[in-house]
Design a protein around this ligand. Structure first.
Ligand SMILES: Nc1ncnc2c1ncn2[C@@H]1O[C@H](COP(=O)(O)OP(=O)(O)OP(=O)(O)O)[C@@H](O)[C@H]1O
Ligand SMILES: [Mg+2]
Length: 259
């Protein structure tokens, strides 16, 4: 072996180790169980923009990125003051204050869930976007995701970019406030078993960690019970505010095409 090769050898071994660790990480392994430091990874997708960002900005960025990922940039402008009475801004504000206060005291919020049912186009996503916008301004790490997107992302290689299924779950379990939009929307019967398992896991894990979740849906209670099961639904309802969003479809009415 030449002197040059000998000098390179240790580096090659390290590269192999890194490669194996990368494969394990992508497969969703918890590296801390293998005695390795937890990957500095989880928020790499957000923090890479500026590694020196202070914590509060990083939290705000997490919310904005989740809205962008959902193609909802245009909902970032909404605040409680912009909502109509039928979007119950007072209830939303009161709940948010209780969450901020609970976090400050390191306590578990008394009301863990907020359910916003309503017909199509009544302003549900807008109301919950205002909640998340204000929450992230008050220092909570909030995230927004559509329920079906979460399920897609949890499938092997289903996540955006190089995000593993493990990271997808971790991010959404660990957020201080999760807005889960369109609960049980666009689900077919084939998706049901996987959907139920993943949703039970997400909601149960957030509940046991004391982390609150806001849901929107345009389905009736029975349809949600059919997908998630009565047990999970009653856990969701157990300590929840129900904020029914009423009113007409706000989108400009469009006649269906004749075809
Ligand atoms: N308070 C408000 N004042 C004016 N416009 C509003 C208000 N709330 C919502 N809108 C507008 O109404 C439209 C529908 O709102 P949004 O997307 O929140 O409805 P949705 O209930 O989530 O609809 P979907 O059932 O399709 O998910 C959007 O264009 C939004 O900007
Ligand atoms: Mg919506």
């Amino acid at each position: 072996m030449s002197t040059l090769e000998a000098a390179q050898e240790p580096r090659r071994l390290l590269e192999v180790t890194d490669h194996v660790l990368e494969i394990l990480r992508r497969g969703g392994a918890d590296l801390s169980q293998l005695g390795m430091p937890a990957p500095a990874d989880e928020d790499r997708g957000e923090l890479w923009e500026d590694v020196a960002v202070p914590q509060a900005s990083a939290r705000a960025l997490a919310w904005r990125n989740s809205m962008r990922e959902a193609a909802h940039d245009d909902y970032l402008k909404w605040r409680f003051a912009d909502l109509d009475a039928n979007q119950h801004p007072k209830v939303l504000r009161g709940w948010l204050n209780s969450l901020v206060e609970a976090k400050r005291r390191g306590a578990r919020p008394t009301t863990m869930h907020l359910i916003a049912p309503g017909n199509i186009g009544t302003g549900k996503t807008t109301a919950l976007a205002a909640l998340g916008n204000e929450a992230s301004e008050q220092g909570l790490l909030a995230r927004f995701i559509k329920h079906t997107t979460y399920l897609t992302w949890r499938r092997p290689d289903g996540g955006p970019g190089d995000m593993t299924a493990y990271t997808v779950r971790k991010r959404h379990v660990e957020a201080d406030l999760l807005v889960l939009d369109e609960l049980c929307g666009e689900m077919d019967s084939v998706a049901t078993e996987f959907a139920r398992r993943e949703t039970v896991d997400l909601i149960d894990s957030r509940l046991s960690a004391g982390r609150p979740t806001a849901f929107s849906t345009n389905l009736r209670r029975d349809s949600i019970a059919a997908v998630l099961g009565e047990r999970l639904l009653s856990r969701i309802e157990d300590r929840a505010y129900l904020v029914k969003i009423t009113g007409p479809d706000r989108r400009t009415p469009r006649k269906p095409l004749d075809w």
